[in-house]
Design a protein around this ligand. Sequence first.
Ligand code: ARG
Length: 588
Amino acid sequence: MKKQLVQLIQSKINQVLKNYGIDNNSAIDLQIPPDKKNGDFSINAAMKFAKLCKCPPQKLAGEIKTLLETETQWFSKVCIAGPGFINMYLADAIIEKFFNELCQSENLLQTNVTEIVPTVVDYSSVNIAKQMHVGHLRSTIIGDVLARVIEALGNPVIRQNHLGDWGLPMAMVIYKAEPVVRKAEKEGVSLEEVLPLASLEQLYKAATAECKEDSKVATACHEYLVRLQQGDSELLDLWKKITRVSMAEVYRIYKLLNVKLTEADERGESFYRNMLADTVEEIKKSGLLKEDEGAQCVFLDEFKSKEGTPLPVIIQKSDGGYNYATFDLAAMRYRTKELGAKRIIYVTDARQVLHFKQVFATARATGILADPNVSLEHVPFGSILGEDNKPLKTRSGENVKLSELLNEAVDRAYAVVNEKNPKLSDEYKKEVARMVGIGAVKYADLSQNRNNDYVFSFDRMLALNGNTAPYLQYAHARICSIFRRAEKSIDDYCAKAIISAPEERELMLKIMDLKQSVVSVATDLRPHVLCNYLYELSVCFSSFYDKCSVMNCKDEATKASRLEICNMTRKTLAFGLDLLGIEAPREM
Ligand code: ARG
């Protein structure tokens, strides 16, 4: 409806402007007045164009108003306010028309794709042999939402898990794990038994300490790295085994988090190992590769240190080894050339802002992108803080383990569910506790402006009131219970919606706003916009349900209509929560 409305208003404004000899093609900015009394929508076009037309804004507004008033099927009233705002009141019939069309349509987003943009979303991108900690949580869940949202709008999405699996940490773990693996093999013990992720992490920590203390160990680890990168078959075999043990644990957490990444999405740094030399060769051809203290670097004018000295992007180290940036450049080449990406999105914490600025600029300057028009977008995010406002740590100062955090959320959610509805079976309570606990953790993160740090608080995220997952899930379950009481099937309910109260009208308009918030998330890559929308939708539903009785409604057509409005609210909530990767129980 919004789209047609904007088109209509645009054409009226252009018609008026034409009389002043102005050919306008700038888009109008349709606003929603904060006070409903001032109409459903408002525009400031008259003020914007007054100067250009050499005409008082009030007069211009009057002329636009006159044209809008002819559209009686759209507007019940058009008014001029203040210095020249035009406030518009939609006719109930037009809201009903578009709302009923939405009820009939298969797809809540009513997508008709005109331009398909193949999009790579690089997210989660964990490091092998290290436990996933809370720092990886944000990349994983924000990235997953962005992928789902862009996909829902009809674009092919290629998920890429850019694992850290080919650097020194990996060589260090292999160095320490080798004797353990050999012993296990001799004794016929499975690796899954001796090398779970926790002990791999111990091995990595031990190696780090030993490397610091003993230069011989450091040299040995370095030799392992060279051997691995040269393709030593024995080390490669160990590397593969360690990777699988490590990833098995990561997949357990993805599943718990309801995150869509699979083994098919793994494109670790190792994947690019045979493309690095070619990438460097191509960069060399651009003439931008310069030697600096033995390393091959690219210097770009826009990157200087505070003191004004040029900052390099190191492409190849003096020992011939490659850098984090080199892998990213090789990956960009691959993604544009082989995957046909027109848009590449990277989700990492804000500490990597400079890195991505540099590699994006380097890729463009050196011409290694198969498609120079590809959009390269870094999606940075802040940290998760503890209640003390410092980065979230355990009491002993360790990084908090993601799996422990999630388990605690589920346990606490169980208590909430149990208190709310003790009559549910224990098995179902556990199922709901999982949805609510995990949903609460994800939503608390997603509902924040991602650039900010936020304080992790179980009490706040599990509250049944306020902008939380349980509040939305509860609204969803409440609607399901209305249908159970009405003895109607919620999955194929269908009736004509009519407006008989202002709360119905408001809720119908809100439901029709879904697409706008989804498009906004796909464009600006900020999931909290969708969270805010779903929260406002639930609040609207609450006022509707307070004022408009459904079950006790005497008029059959009104009752059927109200059930349909409930039905559409539920569908929209479930759809939106699914885009956030959050499940919505039907009872809680
Ligand atoms: N593994 C990296 C880290 O943990 C993140 C990789 C992000 N993706 C990329 N293409 N650089 O810091």
